[in-house]
Design a protein around this ligand. Structure first.
Ligand code: S3P
Length: 176
């Protein structure tokens, strides 16, 4: 089984993905980490040197690489990997897509001190909150096309979120 986690920056995809994989005994891949290894550059450096358009192209190339031929994995996507319907359809054909749904307050709290998110770099506090709001609103219709949605706010602990996902997977197994 392939479990793929989507959601906005700061929704907990990496932490939860890693814990989930550990619990299931699956391999864990974080798409951003995979890109950094392959490109031998940080995400901010890729944005700076080649621009967002290039990043979006390689993101899809590496998404396919991570999903092809591998089973029993948990794959955490980047916040912008669900670029369009084609990408979403491709992912849904290749695994169970789960949306980690976090609110603006939780997202802001988790990303505020992080220098590794080029989309939020150089913004004031208010600008960051505004950017999170508008980008989240724009992306919600994409995230909501996931097979399942699991809440991942500040008050939802990592073990709780992991358990909620495991429950979903068990039901999937019963359905076959
Ligand atoms: C992005 C999210 C980041 C990373 C890149 C772009 C986005 O991943 O892929 O900075 O467009 O939302 P995380 O969601 O893991 O921070």
């Amino acid at each position: 089984m392939r479990i793929i986690l989507t959601g906005f920056m700061g929704s907990g995809k990496t932490y939860i993905g890693r814990e989930l994989a550990k619990k299931l005994g699956y391999k864990f891949i974080d798409l951003d980490e995979y890109i950094i290894q392959k490109e031998k550059r940080s995400i901010p450096d890729i944005f700076k040197e080649y621009g967002e358009k290039y990043f979006r192209e390689i993101e899809i190339k590496y998404l396919k690489e991570t999903l092809e031929g591998i089973d029993n994995i948990v794959l955490s996507l980047g916040g912008g990997t669900l670029q369009n319907k084609n990408v979403i359809d491709y992912i849904k054909k290749n695994g169970i897509l789960i949306f980690l749904d976090a609110d603006v307050r939780s997202i802001y709290h988790r990303v505020k001190g992080d220098q590794n998110r080029p989309l939020l770099a150089g913004l004031t506090e208010e600008q960051k909150i505004e950017k999170i709001k508008t980008l989240l609103e724009k992306r919600l219709p994409l995230y909501k096309q996931a097979h399942y949605t699991v809440r991942s706010n500040l008050e939802d602990s990592i073990p709780e979120v992991v358990e909620n996902i495991i429950r979903i997977i068990k039901d999937e197994n019963i359905k076959g």
